[in-house]
Write a protein that binds this ligand. Structure first.
Ligand SMILES: NC(=O)c1ccc[n+]([C@@H]2O[C@H](COP(=O)([O-])OP(=O)(O)OC[C@H]3O[C@@H](n4cnc5c(N)ncnc54)[C@H](OP(=O)(O)O)[C@@H]3O)[C@@H](O)[C@H]2O)c1
Length: 255
């Protein structure tokens, strides 16, 4: 049985708590958050606390708080030489206080509290500073059904950067599409099969091969018609920037 203490009560912490609770060989023995409100509802299943001085002995302490708070919280932990990991894509493993055995358990997925998550679709990137800590983190990830990969802090930052493009930026483009359809009385729902197909297609084709549309074809008249239709200056700038990016990639324009 692997004993775990979770620190933080946001999107990631909540999904990890639920997944660990379902796993047979993991026991979440305590859940800490600086405010009790988000975790008090779980107090029948787990010991909840907002006091770091009451933390119990555990095999692994998982810090799943905002990136900027990870280092400080690891300093505040009132013990040393125990395995402490964070879940961030961009925080260096060395940002954890050196009094601990240090590691990272980065779930490469997008988590929101309100959406269900199947950890079979959550690759977990693992890093440890000592060899002995690696197997227990791997066992933890495998126990919730996740594929695992050993990834160092430099590789993780690159993955996180790429994730911002493929997830956050793509989602912002959905948002712009939503604003455009809403303001013109068209149905955003009609675009949903296209959104799914775009993501499905790159499972088999490279993103380069999968590209279509006016920018790739260099259909200048269509591009100008779109620019005329756009009334929002931010949307216009985004359209121009991405059109240029596609044209450069596909040899329609030089850098
Ligand atoms: N969300 C994702 O899709 C995702 C994916 C992979 C990795 N991650 C990483 O996982 C970590 C948590 O992300 P999240 O999305 O779960 O965050 P979140 O939902 O915004 O929750 C943030 C948590 O951090 C706590 N917190 C903030 N500032 C703090 C401080 N100064 N001291 C102590 N606790 C503090 C908050 O406590 P209160 O409740 O008291 O405000 C809250 O429990 C981050 O490192 C993030 O990079 C996130």
């Amino acid at each position: 049985m692997i004993s775990v203490v979770i620190l933080g009560a946001g999107n990631v912490a909540t999904h990890l708590f639920k997944a660990f609770n379902k796993a047979e060989n993991i026991s979440v023995i305590q859940w800490f958050n600086r405010h009790l409100d988000p975790i008090i509802q779980y107090n029948k299943t787990v010991d909840v606390t907002d006091d770091l001085n009451t933390l119990k002995d555990a095999d692994i302490y998982i810090i799943a708080v905002s990136d900027d708070a990870v280092g400080k919280l690891s300093e505040q932990l009132p013990f040393e030489n125990r395995l402490v990991v964070h879940t961030s894509g961009s925080v260096n493993v060395y940002d954890l206080d050196k009094k601990h055995k240090r590691g990272v358990l980065y779930p490469l997925q997008t988590f929101s509290k309100t959406t269900e998550m199947d950890f079979a679709y959550v690759p977990i990137c693992i890093e440890t500073l000592d060899k002995k800590s690696y197997p227990i983190l791997k066992k933890l990830a495998v126990s919730i059904g996740s594929p695992t990969k050993r990834v160092n802090s430099d590789q993780r930052s690159v993955l996180h950067l790429a994730a911002v493009f493929v997830n956050n930026f793509t989602n912002q483009l959905y948002r712009i599409g939503h604003e455009i359809t809403e303001s013109e009385g068209a149905e955003f729902d009609l675009l949903k099969p296209l959104i799914l197909e775009t993501a499905k297609k790159i499972q088999d084709l490279s993103p380069y091969m999968a590209q279509t549309g006016p920018a790739k074809r260099n259909d200048k008249k269509t591009i100008n018609r779109h620019l005329k239709l756009l009334t929002n200056e931010h949307h216009k700038e985004t359209y121009k920037l991405l059109t240029k990016s596609i044209q450069i990639t596909h040899g329609r324009k030089k850098l």
